[in-house]
Each structure stands twice: as C-alpha cells, then as structure tokens.
Design a protein around this ligand. Structure first.
Ligand code: GLT
Ligand code: MN
Ligand code: MN
Length: 386
C-alpha cells in the first residue's frame, strides 16, 4: 500500500541520489555514480522518473563523441528500466563563468553564454522526453547591491526568458517553464526570492501562459514562510507546473533533507492540499541523503521520501473520513444563509443594503472556534492513535 507506483509520479534528479556528500567544509563521502548507475538505483527503489541538469548528464567539457556515447548509454538505461525524464534544467551556477549570475550577470558575454547554454540544454532535455523545464537562478543575485542594479537585473532576466520562450515556440517544442525561487544560498541574496515574487514576475513576460513555478519546500522554509500557502497561491493562479519536495529546519542553511523528516505536520498539510486539489504533476524529491550515508542508506533515503508521502496521503484520507474532524470543520464553516443576499458579484443595491444592515458585533466577537480541539485531533491522527 505504501509502495510507489507510476501514477504517483515520484521523480528524483540525478543530483539528488547522486549527491556525493560534499559540503562547504568537507570532501565527498561517497564515490560518484554514473548517470546510468543512478537510473538503475532509482528503478530499484521504485521511482517513476529522473530529472537532470545538462551537466549532470554530459560534462561541460565533453567532446561531441563523448556526448553521443553518454546520451546513447543513458537512453539504453531508460529503456531497460522504464524510467522517464519528465523535467530537465540547466546548470547555470557551478562554472566560474556564472559567479556573478547567468541571465543577470553584469557581463553581456556571460548573459549571452547563459542563453547559448540553455538553448543547448533545452534541446537535450526535449530529446530525452522532458515536458517541463526548470529555471533555478542560484547565482542570480548579489552579496552587495553596490555593483548591480536590481531593476536592470530584472529586465535582463525578463529578456532572457522571453528569448527562450520564443526559442521553444520556434522549435515547435511542447515545453513549459517552471521558475524556482530561493531566498539565498549560494548568493547572499537571490532575486525574486519567493514563489509569490516569481508569480508576480511571470505576469510581466511576453508568454506568461508558458511559464509557471516550481516551488520547493525548503526554499520557503529558509525564508521562514508557510510553504503550503505559497503552493495554494500558485495553484489558484494555474501556475503549479512542478514541485520540489524535501525538508528543512527553519532558519538553517540549505539542508535539502528527506521529505517529511523535519516538519511532519507541515508536510501533512502540504500533501493534504495537493491531494485535495488533485495535483497530478510530478512529485520531485529535490533532496539528498545525509553526508553520513553510504549508498544503501541513500536507497533508504529515497524510499523514505516516497513512503512518507504515501503515509501522509493515507492520513489525509483518514482526515477526510473522520466523523469527529468533519463535524468540527462543519461547525467552523457553518453558514445559516442569512448573508446570502450580500454574497457574490457587486451591485449598487447590494452595497446599499449591506451598509444599512445592523451587525451584532459583540456576539460575533464572542463566538469561539474549536481550533485547539481540531488541531489536537490532527496530532493524534499523525501519531497513529485515531
Ligand atoms: C540545486 C538547487 C535546487 C534546484 C536544482 C535545479 S539544483 O540542487 O538547490 O533547489 O531545484 O537547478
Ligand atoms: Mn534546495
Ligand atoms: Mn529545487
């Protein structure tokens, strides 16, 4: 019952289970696996798909012959395992060329190189079957605002995305873009630092219909924000094109922990939201195992991400079927119909009638809401005693 199935669309990036445990203070603790080995590992744990950055698959300095051989081997591994590639992206952050940003670099040559690299990476992603293309601008930001104008940087980023949308249309690709926000790391401050900021930015693009968001749990949590509320706003705007699931202690460094491993209650409300609205996109675990893990433990990490999702999905079904919980919810949202004539679309008459209505403010203020009771029931549900 908690085994992953293709319909759950559980995916992992090559960089997730392939993470070698390097951190700013320490060398790798695991040997690097080839993309083919990673595909087999993901198949073994029951994943549906694998995502990649251009250079996770093909080293930045590969020769054309190496490139062809790597692509052939990777396609073979996909055929053997049945894994699909739903999403691809560009590495615009590792190479020193991008140290001051890619689309928002102050150097026009770097901005042009970012477009060049992304067009090639889009071709590669589409060749492998990707229908979603993620933009995470890890280097698009500053440590000091002395040297870069945020207005100019925003214009450059817009120009870059407009150019790439036209490129996709020109090639006849079936590809949507998903913008991923993060407040900081690796830059001191990254532009468009939250999912809400990305949503506002999208409406300024030439092809907003092609562009949505890829919110990541840890990134809103790093900013101390409620992730589910951001996901809800994205969903409401028709922009939840992809989602990065992981976990993170509030206020800490970029942890990318196993889904549900830190804030179980928040994870429950997220799964509840996704299941309630019927989100049927990819559920991408953008996380990695602890630095202390060997590859057996990496498999446990990957299985744990998916199993926790499915356990929380079952808890959501229980929540929906729990008579006491549902009775409390009905009480909380009860409506006696007395305000019906004021609801809905504005009219002058409605406005006048509502202005003339006498409200019993004191009684309104006296009404209690049983949120303590309800929340305790959620806790008991999650702790397995209901
Ligand atoms: C990197 C980052 C992630 C992004 C990936 C896509 S790369 O690991 O921390 O949040 O989704 O570029
Ligand atoms: Mn992250
Ligand atoms: Mn991510």
């Amino acid at each position: 019952m908690y085994n992953p199935k293709p319909e759950h669309k559980f995916t992992f990036g090559l960089w997730t289970v392939g993470n070698v445990g390097r951190d700013p203070f320490g060398e790798p603790t695991r040997k690097a696996l080839s993309p083919v080995e990673i595909v087999h590992l993901l198949a073994e744990v029951g994943a549906y798909g694998v995502n990649f950055h251009d250079n996770d698959l093909i080293p930045i300095d590969a020769t054309p012959a190496e490139r062809d051989r790597i692509k052939w081997n990777f396609k073979q591994a996909l055929n053997e395992t049945g894994l699909v590639v739903p999403m691809a992206t560009t590495n615009l952050f590792s190479d020193p060329a991008f140290k001051d940003g890619a689309f928002t670099s102050n150097d026009p040559k770097v901005r042009a190189y970012a477009l060049h690299k992304t067009m090639h990476a889009i071709d590669l992603g589409v060749e492998m079957g990707a229908s979603t293309y993620v933009f995470w601008g890890g280097r698009e930001g500053t440590e000091t605002d002395a040297g870069k104008d945020p207005l100019e940087a925003g214009k450059w980023f817009r120009e870059g995305l407009n150019f790439l949308c036209e490129y996709v249309i020109d090639q006849g690709y079936e590809l949507k873009f998903a913008l991923e926000a993060k407040p900081n790391e690796p830059r001191g401050d990254i532009y468009l630092s939250t999912t809400g900021a990305m949503l506002g930015f999208i409406s300024t693009l030439d092809h907003p219909e092609m562009v949505g968001v890829n919110p990541e749990v840890a990134h809103e949590h790093m900013a101390g924000l409620n992730f589910t509320h951001h996901v809800a706003q994205a969903w409401d705007a028709g922009k939840l094109f992809h989602i990065d699931l992981n976990d993170q202690s509030f206020g800490r460094y970029d942890q990318d922990f196993r889904f549900g491993s830190v804030n179980l209650k928040s994870a429950f409300f997220l799964v509840k939201f996704l299941e309630d609205v019927g989100y049927d996109g990819n559920r991408h675990f953008d996380a990695h195992a602890y630095r202390t893990s060997d590859y057996e433990d990496v498999k446990a990490f990957a299985r744990g991400c998916m199993r926790t999702y499915l356990l929380l999905k079952e808890k959501h079904a229980q929540f929906s079927a729990d008579a006491q919980i549902q009775a409390l919810l009905a009480e909380i949202t009860a409506d006696d119909g007395s305000m019906d004539s004021y609801k809905g679309v504005y009219s002058g008459e409605k406005a006048q009638a509502l202005k003339a209505h006498t409200f019993d403010r004191v009684t309104l203020g006296k009404r209690g809401q049983p949120y303590e009771q309800l929340d305790q029931l959620v806790i008991e549900l999650l702790l397995g005693v209901r």
